[in-house]
Ligand binder design. Structure first.
Ligand code: URA
Length: 222
């Protein structure tokens, strides 16, 4: 998989990213097709985002002989933090890939006039034990203005999670969100499948794919 990398921003270049992006951008694809392609993209991005998770070597016995094997180190707790609602499309596949991870939902909606995030749900604990031994993957398929992403990153930093243990995963990003996050959190790792042109006046990514939550959950006003 070829990746384009600038600072801590990784754009995953893979033919299957391109293919599945072509599906989810198409307004004529139904919500089932949209959901399935989102999940395929999420799988590729989660694999990329987790490729540096630390391993621990131990001995097992195969039916043939003894050997050393590597498993995920239990020195680190892994948290997937989907930003509701659209982040669920990524956390569903992430928790299948790493079933022992904790899924801690955070809920924000976007005020349509100010485009600022308004918190309505936070399933993170009041405090973490050993926060320096926790890796957090914040999940939102759309990094648009970056305001919700900023609020979520700030929440985890306030609770003691180290910036080097935080990763933000988005499927589509706008330059605006990337610039905000890299300006305020230069050490934050961002993994995305594509950086689009920009935002329209309502804060939607151009060309984008519309409202990811509505397309996932079929909640368009008819
Ligand atoms: N959220 C979405 O669902 N779509 C956008 O284009 C921007 C934010």
């Amino acid at each position: 998989m070829k990746t384009a990398m600038k600072n801590n921003v990784t754009v995953v270049n893979h033919p299957l990213c391109e293919h599945n992006l072509s599906v989810i951008r198409d307004k004529n694809i139904n919500s089932d097709g949209f959901k399935n392609s989102m999940k395929r993209l999420a799988t590729i991005l989660v694999l990329e985002a987790t490729k540096e998770l630390p391993l621990k070597t131990y001995k097992i016995t195969t039916p043939i002989t003894e050997c050393d094997v590597n498993k995920l180190s239990d020195e680190y707790k892994i948290i997937f933090a989907p930003i509701l609602r659209a982040g669920l499309a990524i956390s569903d596949v992430a928790s299948e890939i790493i079933p022992d991870a904790s899924v801690q939902h955070v809920g924000m909606y976007r005020d349509e006039t100010t485009l600022e995030p308004v918190w309505y749900y936070d399933k993170t604990p009041v405090r973490y034990d050993n926060p320096e031994h926790i890796k957090v993957f914040i999940l939102d398929p759309m990094l648009a203005t970056g305001n919700s992403a900023h609020a979520a990153v700030s929440l985890f930093l306030k609770k003691g999670i180290l910036i080097e243990n935080l990763v933000f995963i988005s499927i589509l990003s706008a330059p605006n969100g990337i610039e905000l996050l890299t300006r305020d959190f230069p050490d934050l790792k961002i993994i995305t499948a594509k950086i689009d042109e920009g935002l329209n006046s309502r804060g939607y990514i151009i060309p984008g794919l519309g409202d990811a939550g509505d397309r996932l959950f079929n909640t368009f006003e008819k």
